[in-house]
Design a binder for this molecule. Structure first.
Ligand code: ADP
Ligand code: MG
Length: 271
């Protein structure tokens, strides 16, 4: 049942932060599931050789499985590589296999190396699949895979962990986004900041939250994702927290965040 606004045009959101362990993959899969459960059609592109997003979505990603690696090489299409997630009939994933690990180097010598994901997404076959949202889960680096994700997207979602040094390295990420904006993708913008792993018992978490809101204003979602054992357990069962423990605080918070993204997206396009 659709009680979230459907975007007029497909929204492509790249989830990026070159720091590892800040909640990129967790946020990608749970936000995607949150939108899909409400009836929107969502594609997750796993761009991290670790394949953690594929795991959490219950999608096969053994070496040799048709994956984003073959898509970037031009050997297969997104339409052919996308597999249905066990988590929702509306949720699809182009998996990453370990083959992707060498691609940062292989891509260097390729024609139009920064635009290969964009080109793959711009096909008629993908259009016909009617995705409302595409989320791209980036690896923890600012290499060619992340550049491909930034070139292909309209929006960047940056997860920020409520921890020591949360804002460290963000300047570098923002400068890279500006470079992509000015040379390759003028329409790109940072639309969403999501605070993750918030621990209400610590003063530090509140300090980081205040600092991020001060710096990014309304770009930061009102919803903050709590630190929750359920969230971290779910991928071990090939699940998102939304199916692993639907009533948990972690699940509710990702549903709230997904709703905010859907609602503010429409506000902005109609403004
Ligand atoms: P990234 O993709 O940025 O490297 P992950 O999403 O993989 O980060 O998260 C890093 C680790 O933290 C994972 O083990 C994940 O299960 C855990 N984690 C993420 N978000 C939460 C949370 N809100 N509460 C508890 N653990 C979390
Ligand atoms: Mg990850």
């Amino acid at each position: 049942e659709l009680d979230l606004p459907r975007p007029q045009n497909r929204r492509i959101m790249t989830v990026a932060n070159q720091k590892g362990g800040v909640g990129k993959t967790t946020s990608t899969v749970n936000l995607a599931a949150g939108l899909a459960i409400h009836g929107l059609k969502v594609l997750v592109i796993d761009l991290d050789p670790q394949g953690n997003a594929s795991t959490a979505l219950g999608v096969e990603h053994r070496a040799g499985t048709p994956s984003i690696y073959e898509v970037l090489l031009g050997e297969t299409s997104i339409a052919d590589a996308a597999a249905q997630s066990t988590q929702s009939a509306n949720l699809w994933c182009v998996p990453a296999t370990i083959d992707l690990a060498g691609s940062e180097i292989e891509l260097v010598t390729m024609v139009a190396r920064e635009g290969r994901l964009k080109e793959a997404l711009n096909s008629e076959a993908v259009n016909e699949l009617g995705y409302d949202y595409v989320f791209v889960d980036c690896p923890p680096s600012l290499g060619l895979l992340t550049v491909n994700a930034l070139v292909a997207a309209h929006e960047v979602l940056i997860p920020i962990q409520c921890e020591y040094y949360a804002l460290e390295g963000l300047g570098q990420l923002l400068r890279n986004i500006e470079l992509v904006q000015s040379h390759l993708n003028p329409a790109l913008w940072v639309s969403t900041i999501l605070l993750t792993m918030y621990d209400g018992r610590t003063k530090l978490a509140d300090q980081v939250t205040a600092e991020v809101r001060d710096h990014f204003g309304d770009l930061a979602l009102r919803t903050v994702i709590p630190r929750s054992v359920k969230i971290s357990e779910a991928p071990g069962f090939g699940q998102t927290v939304l199916t692993y423990d639907p009533g948990s605080r972690g699940s509710m918070s990702y549903l709230d965040a997904a709703r905010e993204i859907a609602e503010r997206g429409v506000e902005r396009t109609s403004a």
